[in-house]
Design a protein around this ligand. Sequence first.
Ligand SMILES: Nc1nc2c(c(=O)[nH]1)N=C([C@H](O)[C@H](O)COP(=O)(O)OP(=O)(O)OP(=O)(O)O)CN2
Ligand code: ZN
Length: 145
Amino acid sequence: MIQQIYPSPTHSFQYELNKDLQFAAAHFVPHSEAGVCQQVHGHTYFVNITIAADELDDSGFLVNFKDIKTLIHNRFDHRILNEDSLFSNDHANDFPTSEVLARKVYEIIQQYLDTRKNAPKCLQIFLRETPTSYVIYRPKEARGS
Ligand SMILES: Nc1nc2c(c(=O)[nH]1)N=C([C@H](O)[C@H](O)COP(=O)(O)OP(=O)(O)OP(=O)(O)O)CN2
Ligand SMILES: [Zn+2]
């Protein structure tokens, strides 16, 4: 939920920012063990993205908050996740589950950050699918030096 306190990843970067955003999307989980989630249904996903770096850019930003929102919101809002080429209905590692969606959000964000001169790192994705269910994805690398 927006404005809640999130778990903090440990790191030694000097700057850290967090961006909250939300989007509405539909999905289904294409596996017999997913029960009712095999049926198409929708969620308002809440996402918190943690990014860190030791340097700021020419604007004095670690990264522009707006760019982070645009990347994720424009891709997923009011979409059917199963129809996005990022996901697969055949391979569990790419089913549109909360875990996989959190990883995909990380990959989109880090790919963008890799184009920035100040080399920011995405350290954590917190993704809430329902009021009672959330996941956290953290890449293994990138804790700062
Ligand atoms: N590990 C995962 N388990 C489940 C996922 C998932 O992505 N990863 N997804 C679902 C369904 O998509 C479902 O929409 C969410 O399930 P759930 O949390 O059980 O939702 P409820 O609102 O029914 O939960 P309550 O316990 O009644 O609050 C299922 N599992
Ligand atoms: Zn669901």
